[in-house]
Ligand binder design. Structure first.
Ligand code: NAD
Length: 268
Protein backbone atom coordinates (compact mmCIF):
# COMPACT_ATOMS: atom_id res chain seq x y z
CA UNK A 1 0.00 0.00 0.00
CA UNK A 2 2.69 2.39 -1.13
CA UNK A 3 0.20 5.19 -1.87
CA UNK A 4 -2.16 4.65 1.06
CA UNK A 5 -4.44 7.67 1.54
CA UNK A 6 -2.88 9.76 -1.24
CA UNK A 7 -5.31 11.81 -3.30
CA UNK A 8 -4.41 11.59 -6.97
CA UNK A 9 -5.80 13.30 -10.08
CA UNK A 10 -5.40 11.19 -13.22
CA UNK A 11 -5.84 12.99 -16.56
CA UNK A 12 -5.72 11.44 -20.02
CA UNK A 13 -7.76 8.25 -19.78
CA UNK A 14 -9.46 7.66 -23.15
CA UNK A 15 -10.04 3.91 -22.89
CA UNK A 16 -8.63 0.78 -21.24
CA UNK A 17 -5.55 0.89 -23.50
CA UNK A 18 -4.54 4.30 -22.14
CA UNK A 19 -1.33 4.46 -20.13
CA UNK A 20 -3.25 6.72 -17.73
CA UNK A 21 -5.74 3.92 -17.06
CA UNK A 22 -3.00 1.40 -16.18
CA UNK A 23 -1.54 4.02 -13.83
CA UNK A 24 -4.91 4.87 -12.23
CA UNK A 25 -5.62 1.17 -11.59
CA UNK A 26 -2.19 0.51 -10.11
CA UNK A 27 -2.38 3.61 -7.88
CA UNK A 28 -5.80 2.54 -6.63
CA UNK A 29 -4.45 -0.97 -5.87
CA UNK A 30 -1.70 0.71 -3.86
CA UNK A 31 -4.21 2.51 -1.65
CA UNK A 32 -4.65 5.87 -3.43
CA UNK A 33 -7.95 7.70 -3.83
CA UNK A 34 -8.45 8.63 -7.48
CA UNK A 35 -10.23 11.40 -9.38
CA UNK A 36 -10.23 11.24 -13.16
CA UNK A 37 -10.75 13.71 -16.00
CA UNK A 38 -11.42 13.01 -19.66
CA UNK A 39 -11.19 15.25 -22.71
CA UNK A 40 -14.64 15.23 -24.31
CA UNK A 41 -18.23 13.98 -23.91
CA UNK A 42 -17.74 11.13 -26.41
CA UNK A 43 -15.24 9.50 -24.04
CA UNK A 44 -17.53 9.44 -21.02
CA UNK A 45 -19.14 6.08 -21.85
CA UNK A 46 -15.70 4.42 -21.81
CA UNK A 47 -14.11 6.33 -18.96
CA UNK A 48 -16.94 6.40 -16.40
CA UNK A 49 -17.22 2.57 -16.03
CA UNK A 50 -13.43 2.36 -15.65
CA UNK A 51 -13.49 5.06 -12.96
CA UNK A 52 -16.36 3.34 -11.16
CA UNK A 53 -14.53 -0.01 -11.22
CA UNK A 54 -11.82 1.48 -8.99
CA UNK A 55 -14.23 3.49 -6.84
CA UNK A 56 -12.97 6.85 -8.13
CA UNK A 57 -14.10 9.81 -6.02
CA UNK A 58 -15.32 11.58 -9.16
CA UNK A 59 -14.82 11.63 -12.90
CA UNK A 60 -15.20 14.85 -14.85
CA UNK A 61 -14.96 16.18 -18.38
CA UNK A 62 -12.03 18.56 -18.82
CA UNK A 63 -10.68 19.70 -22.15
CA UNK A 64 -7.40 21.42 -21.25
CA UNK A 65 -8.10 24.16 -23.83
CA UNK A 66 -11.29 25.12 -21.99
CA UNK A 67 -10.57 27.42 -19.03
CA UNK A 68 -14.05 27.04 -17.51
CA UNK A 69 -13.69 23.26 -17.48
CA UNK A 70 -10.24 23.56 -15.92
CA UNK A 71 -11.64 25.93 -13.26
CA UNK A 72 -14.48 23.50 -12.56
CA UNK A 73 -12.17 20.48 -12.28
CA UNK A 74 -9.90 22.08 -9.70
CA UNK A 75 -12.84 23.65 -7.82
CA UNK A 76 -14.34 20.18 -7.52
CA UNK A 77 -11.08 18.71 -6.23
CA UNK A 78 -10.88 21.48 -3.64
CA UNK A 79 -14.50 20.92 -2.59
CA UNK A 80 -14.23 17.11 -2.41
CA UNK A 81 -10.72 16.68 -1.02
CA UNK A 82 -9.45 20.08 0.17
CA UNK A 83 -5.98 19.15 -1.02
CA UNK A 84 -4.16 17.08 -3.63
CA UNK A 85 -1.07 14.86 -3.34
CA UNK A 86 -0.27 13.76 -6.90
CA UNK A 87 -1.23 14.42 -10.51
CA UNK A 88 -0.67 12.39 -13.65
CA UNK A 89 -0.51 14.50 -16.82
CA UNK A 90 -1.01 12.06 -19.72
CA UNK A 91 -2.24 14.39 -22.45
CA UNK A 92 -1.01 14.90 -26.00
CA UNK A 93 -2.58 15.73 -29.33
CA UNK A 94 -1.51 16.60 -32.88
CA UNK A 95 -3.16 16.38 -36.28
CA UNK A 96 -2.30 12.89 -37.44
CA UNK A 97 -1.86 14.11 -41.01
CA UNK A 98 1.29 15.81 -39.73
CA UNK A 99 2.60 12.76 -37.87
CA UNK A 100 3.90 11.36 -41.11
CA UNK A 101 6.18 12.77 -43.82
CA UNK A 102 8.40 15.78 -43.11
CA UNK A 103 8.56 17.96 -40.00
CA UNK A 104 9.39 20.80 -42.38
CA UNK A 105 5.78 20.68 -43.62
CA UNK A 106 4.19 21.33 -40.21
CA UNK A 107 1.50 24.01 -40.39
CA UNK A 108 1.42 26.97 -38.01
CA UNK A 109 -2.07 26.05 -36.76
CA UNK A 110 -1.11 22.47 -35.89
CA UNK A 111 2.19 23.57 -34.36
CA UNK A 112 0.35 25.95 -32.01
CA UNK A 113 -2.42 23.47 -31.19
CA UNK A 114 0.03 20.62 -30.52
CA UNK A 115 2.09 22.81 -28.18
CA UNK A 116 -0.99 24.16 -26.40
CA UNK A 117 -2.57 20.76 -25.70
CA UNK A 118 0.60 18.72 -25.17
CA UNK A 119 2.84 21.23 -23.36
CA UNK A 120 1.02 24.30 -22.02
CA UNK A 121 -1.52 21.97 -20.37
CA UNK A 122 1.25 20.73 -18.07
CA UNK A 123 2.11 24.28 -17.02
CA UNK A 124 -1.55 25.14 -16.45
CA UNK A 125 -2.34 21.92 -14.55
CA UNK A 126 0.80 22.26 -12.43
CA UNK A 127 -0.02 25.86 -11.43
CA UNK A 128 -3.59 24.93 -10.48
CA UNK A 129 -2.63 21.69 -8.71
CA UNK A 130 0.22 23.28 -6.77
CA UNK A 131 -2.27 25.60 -5.01
CA UNK A 132 -3.87 22.47 -3.52
CA UNK A 133 -0.60 20.77 -2.59
CA UNK A 134 -0.22 22.31 0.83
CA UNK A 135 1.70 19.26 2.12
CA UNK A 136 3.95 19.02 -0.94
CA UNK A 137 3.19 16.75 -3.86
CA UNK A 138 4.33 14.85 -6.92
CA UNK A 139 3.39 15.59 -10.52
CA UNK A 140 4.28 13.14 -13.29
CA UNK A 141 4.00 13.61 -17.04
CA UNK A 142 4.61 11.17 -19.91
CA UNK A 143 7.13 11.99 -22.58
CA UNK A 144 8.94 10.19 -25.40
CA UNK A 145 12.49 9.86 -26.74
CA UNK A 146 11.39 11.64 -29.96
CA UNK A 147 11.89 14.86 -27.97
CA UNK A 148 15.60 14.09 -27.57
CA UNK A 149 16.44 12.63 -31.01
CA UNK A 150 14.60 12.82 -34.32
CA UNK A 151 12.35 9.82 -34.83
CA UNK A 152 10.73 9.28 -38.25
CA UNK A 153 7.13 10.62 -38.43
CA UNK A 154 7.06 11.85 -34.81
CA UNK A 155 7.70 15.36 -36.18
CA UNK A 156 5.95 18.21 -34.32
CA UNK A 157 5.12 15.90 -31.43
CA UNK A 158 8.86 15.41 -30.91
CA UNK A 159 9.32 19.16 -30.73
CA UNK A 160 6.44 19.32 -28.24
CA UNK A 161 8.06 16.60 -26.12
CA UNK A 162 11.33 18.59 -26.06
CA UNK A 163 9.36 21.55 -24.71
CA UNK A 164 7.57 19.26 -22.26
CA UNK A 165 10.89 17.90 -20.95
CA UNK A 166 12.20 21.42 -20.56
CA UNK A 167 8.98 22.49 -18.80
CA UNK A 168 9.51 19.66 -16.29
CA UNK A 169 12.91 21.13 -15.39
CA UNK A 170 11.63 24.72 -15.08
CA UNK A 171 8.52 23.70 -13.11
CA UNK A 172 10.66 21.56 -10.78
CA UNK A 173 12.80 24.61 -10.12
CA UNK A 174 9.74 26.83 -9.47
CA UNK A 175 7.97 24.42 -7.15
CA UNK A 176 10.75 22.67 -5.27
CA UNK A 177 10.72 25.16 -2.39
CA UNK A 178 7.09 24.15 -1.72
CA UNK A 179 8.02 20.47 -1.55
CA UNK A 180 6.37 19.79 -4.90
CA UNK A 181 8.28 17.47 -7.23
CA UNK A 182 7.72 17.16 -10.97
CA UNK A 183 9.18 14.45 -13.16
CA UNK A 184 8.58 12.77 -16.51
CA UNK A 185 8.57 9.15 -17.51
CA UNK A 186 9.97 8.75 -21.02
CA UNK A 187 8.07 5.68 -22.09
CA UNK A 188 8.99 3.33 -24.92
CA UNK A 189 6.39 2.86 -27.66
CA UNK A 190 3.15 1.07 -26.77
CA UNK A 191 -0.07 0.77 -28.82
CA UNK A 192 -2.72 3.27 -27.69
CA UNK A 193 -5.23 5.60 -29.33
CA UNK A 194 -2.67 8.44 -29.43
CA UNK A 195 0.28 6.38 -30.67
CA UNK A 196 -1.74 4.68 -33.41
CA UNK A 197 -1.89 8.11 -35.09
CA UNK A 198 1.90 8.19 -35.58
CA UNK A 199 2.87 7.03 -39.09
CA UNK A 200 4.57 3.61 -39.21
CA UNK A 201 3.92 2.94 -35.52
CA UNK A 202 3.38 -0.82 -35.89
CA UNK A 203 6.73 -1.17 -37.68
CA UNK A 204 8.35 0.86 -34.92
CA UNK A 205 6.97 -1.56 -32.33
CA UNK A 206 8.28 -4.59 -34.24
CA UNK A 207 11.73 -3.10 -34.64
CA UNK A 208 11.83 -1.93 -31.05
CA UNK A 209 11.06 -5.42 -29.75
CA UNK A 210 14.19 -6.73 -31.52
CA UNK A 211 16.57 -3.89 -30.78
CA UNK A 212 16.16 -2.83 -27.12
CA UNK A 213 18.74 -4.18 -24.68
CA UNK A 214 15.91 -6.15 -23.01
CA UNK A 215 14.83 -7.44 -26.49
CA UNK A 216 11.18 -6.68 -25.85
CA UNK A 217 8.73 -3.80 -25.88
CA UNK A 218 7.76 -1.92 -22.77
CA UNK A 219 4.52 -2.97 -21.06
CA UNK A 220 1.86 -0.97 -19.22
CA UNK A 221 3.09 -2.61 -16.00
CA UNK A 222 6.61 -1.31 -16.66
CA UNK A 223 5.36 2.26 -16.95
CA UNK A 224 2.81 2.14 -14.14
CA UNK A 225 5.41 0.68 -11.75
CA UNK A 226 7.79 3.56 -12.42
CA UNK A 227 5.01 6.11 -11.90
CA UNK A 228 4.17 4.50 -8.51
CA UNK A 229 7.77 5.14 -7.47
CA UNK A 230 7.59 8.77 -8.60
CA UNK A 231 4.21 9.34 -6.90
CA UNK A 232 5.45 7.78 -3.67
CA UNK A 233 7.79 9.05 -0.99
CA UNK A 234 10.38 6.50 -2.18
CA UNK A 235 11.41 9.14 -4.74
CA UNK A 236 11.41 12.01 -2.23
CA UNK A 237 14.75 13.38 -3.49
CA UNK A 238 13.93 13.17 -7.20
CA UNK A 239 12.65 16.15 -9.20
CA UNK A 240 13.13 17.67 -12.65
CA UNK A 241 14.08 14.21 -13.94
CA UNK A 242 13.30 12.52 -17.27
CA UNK A 243 13.27 8.85 -16.30
CA UNK A 244 13.41 6.42 -19.26
CA UNK A 245 11.20 3.35 -19.08
CA UNK A 246 11.98 2.02 -22.53
CA UNK A 247 13.69 -1.35 -22.03
CA UNK A 248 16.98 0.51 -22.44
CA UNK A 249 16.45 1.72 -26.02
CA UNK A 250 17.64 5.28 -25.35
CA UNK A 251 20.93 4.03 -23.90
CA UNK A 252 22.10 2.41 -27.15
CA UNK A 253 23.98 4.00 -30.02
CA UNK A 254 23.70 1.23 -32.65
CA UNK A 255 21.29 -1.61 -33.45
CA UNK A 256 22.39 -5.02 -32.06
CA UNK A 257 24.76 -7.20 -34.08
CA UNK A 258 22.13 -9.76 -35.09
CA UNK A 259 19.93 -6.97 -36.56
CA UNK A 260 22.95 -5.39 -38.25
CA UNK A 261 23.72 -8.71 -39.95
CA UNK A 262 20.15 -9.00 -41.28
CA UNK A 263 20.19 -5.42 -42.54
CA UNK A 264 23.57 -5.73 -44.23
CA UNK A 265 22.62 -9.05 -45.87
CA UNK A 266 19.57 -7.33 -47.38
CA UNK A 267 21.73 -4.48 -48.65
CA UNK A 268 24.20 -6.84 -50.39
P1 NAD B 1 -4.15 7.91 -25.13
O1 NAD B 1 -4.75 8.27 -26.45
O2 NAD B 1 -4.81 6.85 -24.36
O3 NAD B 1 -4.02 9.22 -24.22
C1 NAD B 1 -3.88 10.52 -24.73
C2 NAD B 1 -4.90 11.34 -23.97
O4 NAD B 1 -4.80 12.73 -24.26
C3 NAD B 1 -6.33 10.90 -24.31
O5 NAD B 1 -7.02 10.52 -23.14
C4 NAD B 1 -6.93 12.16 -24.89
O6 NAD B 1 -8.32 12.28 -24.64
C5 NAD B 1 -6.12 13.22 -24.15
N1 NAD B 1 -6.29 14.54 -24.75
C6 NAD B 1 -6.05 14.91 -26.04
N2 NAD B 1 -6.43 16.18 -26.22
C7 NAD B 1 -6.90 16.64 -25.01
C8 NAD B 1 -7.45 17.86 -24.56
N3 NAD B 1 -7.60 18.92 -25.39
N4 NAD B 1 -7.82 17.95 -23.26
C9 NAD B 1 -7.68 16.92 -22.42
N5 NAD B 1 -7.18 15.73 -22.79
C10 NAD B 1 -6.79 15.59 -24.07
O7 NAD B 1 -2.63 7.53 -25.45
P2 NAD B 1 -1.35 7.32 -24.50
O8 NAD B 1 -0.34 6.73 -25.41
O9 NAD B 1 -1.73 6.63 -23.26
O10 NAD B 1 -0.90 8.82 -24.22
C11 NAD B 1 -0.69 9.36 -22.92
C12 NAD B 1 0.60 10.16 -22.91
O11 NAD B 1 1.69 9.26 -23.05
C13 NAD B 1 0.74 11.17 -24.03
O12 NAD B 1 1.36 12.34 -23.54
C14 NAD B 1 1.69 10.47 -24.99
O13 NAD B 1 2.41 11.35 -25.82
C15 NAD B 1 2.59 9.78 -24.00
N6 NAD B 1 3.43 8.71 -24.53
C16 NAD B 1 2.88 7.69 -25.24
C17 NAD B 1 3.70 6.68 -25.74
C18 NAD B 1 3.13 5.54 -26.53
O14 NAD B 1 3.87 4.88 -27.25
N7 NAD B 1 1.83 5.26 -26.42
C19 NAD B 1 5.08 6.71 -25.51
C20 NAD B 1 5.62 7.76 -24.76
C21 NAD B 1 4.78 8.76 -24.28
Amino acid sequence: MLLQGKKILITGVANDWSMAWAIAKRASEMGAEIAMSYAMPALEKRVRPLAESIGAKFVQECNVQNDEQMDALFANIEREWGHLDCVLHAIAFSDKNELTGRYADTTRDNFKNTMDISVYSLVDITRRASRLMSNGGSIVTLTYYGGEKSVPNYNVMGVAKSALDSSVRYLASDLGRDGIRINAISAGPIMTLASSGVGGFKAMLRLNAETTPLRRNMTLDDVSGAVMYLFSDLSSGVTGEIHHVDCGYSTTGMIPNEMKDILLKNLD
